[in-house]
Design a protein. Structure first.
Length: 499
């Protein structure tokens, strides 16, 4: 059986190779042979995630024609990539991209440290802000006032507290997507929602299409469930989705589930356009794929003039193809572990039935706190404060990174909580290691890719501002100097990803 899960055409690969910036050669440097330059170009595309891991490459003859080089040149480049672990081949199945076996996913830099363990460390591992007060305290007090009637029951609400289900449904209806409470299930955070969806619709070995890069914790959840991840590269310039690529993957790989973050994507901050959303829903419907749309960042726009596209579920209001996931954790506070699912009533019933073998339900008091926020207008006021804080932090972080690390590249996101940074050719894994030595925790790019892609990136969340943001950038610059000098330690992957 073939080991590839998507394909890259000859013309597409030629375009991607042609878009690479050629590094200036030093004095007296000799240009590498044509096969070596081609192999290096493909290797960088894989490490940067622009060509997914496990993507089938074009046949030697096809690529030679597209690049106007000899077939011998392409054959030699493919052989070099195989020798370095970036290409695997099987007679009759072709060749597909890979990463070297000794390049495991980093295990550091994403899980939040306990506050008491931080000391002088600046923690940029977790994209979460402190609770917006006084709204958290008010919500908990309001929830306690509403608790007595529920305390006289058994307290198990597998579908969620009815009042909160009705309120969430009402909020979707207000956004122009008519929704009944029967289409809502309250979960323990967005992670609980996606775990339940994967358990219901996916089995071990089933394919799940994911954006590349994507949210690291969701990727790990899917891996542990035994899913076979099919990465789909984001559009160039982080303008949302590459719809030609999505249609090809849905048609050829036939994934059981596709997971997307259309609104201020984590980690890139990209915002998918309305036409992209419509096309993706149509393609998923045609392929028989369940499309899971994660809306955890939806309300975190950071520019007043931004025109938000309609939700993905607007193009499938009945919920037969699109399952929407929402959460209070990013827009309000990560410690308030309330999420929800919007889907067709029969899907919700199946999810609720399966929950009897999982967690039975979500804590009632926290549900009542979120319901209080929704019903009193406290949510809108708190999220407004959250946007202002995230915008100030974003602007401070961008200013200091540009000053301290002028060769690092990024697109300024118009929403969300994260900055996706290309590190000037340095290994993100080594930067993460060196960062901890100089007092800043940062997650490396491979955490957000499939099988080791994005070695040349790090994710920087908007969790600090002012003097702390300045100090974080100073420490990142110190970490970069350690990596360049080769003093960052061993075992963290290549020092540089450029040829």
């Amino acid at each position: 059986m073939a080991q590839w899960t998507s394909a890259v055409g000859a013309a597409q690969l030629a375009r991607l190779l042609g878009s690479q910036q050629e590094r200036p050669a030093g004095p007296g440097a000799r240009r590498p042979p044509a096969y070596r330059a081609l192999a290096d170009g493909v290797r960088v595309l894989v490490l940067e995630g622009r060509v997914p891991v496990a993507a089938r490459l074009p046949a030697e003859r096809e690529l030679a024609l597209a690049l106007t080089v000899s077939r011998t040149t392409v054959a030699a480049a493919y052989e070099a990539l195989r020798a370095e672990g970036f290409l695997e081949s099987r007679r009759g199945a072709g060749s597909w991209t890979a990463v070297p076996a000794g390049n495991p996913l980093p295990a550091r830099g994403l899980e939040p440290l306990p506050p008491e363990a931080l000391g002088s460390m600046i923690d940029l591992g977790c994209a979460a802000l402190p609770a917006p007060e006084p709204w958290l305290t008010r919500a908990v007090r309001g929830a306690l006032e509403e608790l007595p009637p529920y305390a006289h029951t058994h307290g198990d609400y597998p579908a969620g507290v009815p009042a909160l289900r009705a309120m969430i449904a009402e909020r979707y209806s207000a956004r122009g997507i008519p929704t009944m409470p029967e289409q809502i299930m309250v979960t323990t955070g967005a992670m609980g929602a996606i775990d339940a969806i994967c358990q219901l619709f996916g089995g071990r070995g089933d394919r799940i299409a994911v954006e590349s890069p994507s949210y690291a914790n969701i990727l790990q959840l899917m891996r542990e469930a035994g899913a076979r991840l099919v990465p789909v590269a984001m559009a160039e310039g982080l303008t949302g989705w590459d719809m030609d690529h999505w249609r090809q993957v849905l048609r050829d790989a036939a994934p059981r589930i596709a997971y997307v973050v259309a609104d201020f994507h984590n980690p890139t901050g990209a915002l998918a356009g309305e036409d992209q959303r419509r096309q993706l829903v149509e393609a998923a419907r045609s392929a028989g794929t369940v499309l899971v749309a994660d809306e955890t960042m939806t309300e975190l726009w950071l520019e007043d003039d931004i025109a938000m596209p309609r939700p993905v579920c607007a193009f499938d209001p009945a919920g037969s193809t699109v399952i929407t996931v929402g959460s209070a954790s990013k827009a309000f506070w990560a410690g308030l572990r309330i999420g929800w699912v919007r889907a067709a009533p029969e899907v919700v019933r199946s999810l609720v039935a399966a929950r009897a073998y999982a967690d039975l339900g979500t804590p009632v008091l926290e549900q009542l706190a979120v319901n209080w926020l929704f019903s009193t207008g406290g949510w809108e006021q708190a999220v407004r404060v959250r946007r202002e804080q995230a915008r100030e932090n974003r602007d401070a972080l961008i200013t200091t990174v540009r000053r301290e690390l002028p060769d690092w590249e990024f697109e300024v996101p118009r929403g969300g909580l994260t900055l996706w940074v290309r590190t000037g050719g340095l290994s993100g894994s080594r930067l993460a290691e060196a960062g901890e030595r100089v007092g800043v925790r940062v997650p490396s790019g491979p955490r957000f890719g499939v099988d080791g892609a994005f070695e040349g990136y790090v994710r920087l969340p908007f969790t600090v501002g002012g003097a702390v943001a300045e100090e974080a950038a100073v420490r990142l610059a110190a970490a970069a100097r350690l990596v360049r000098s080769g003093a960052s330690g061993a075992g963290a992957g290549p020092r540089s990803i450029v040829a």
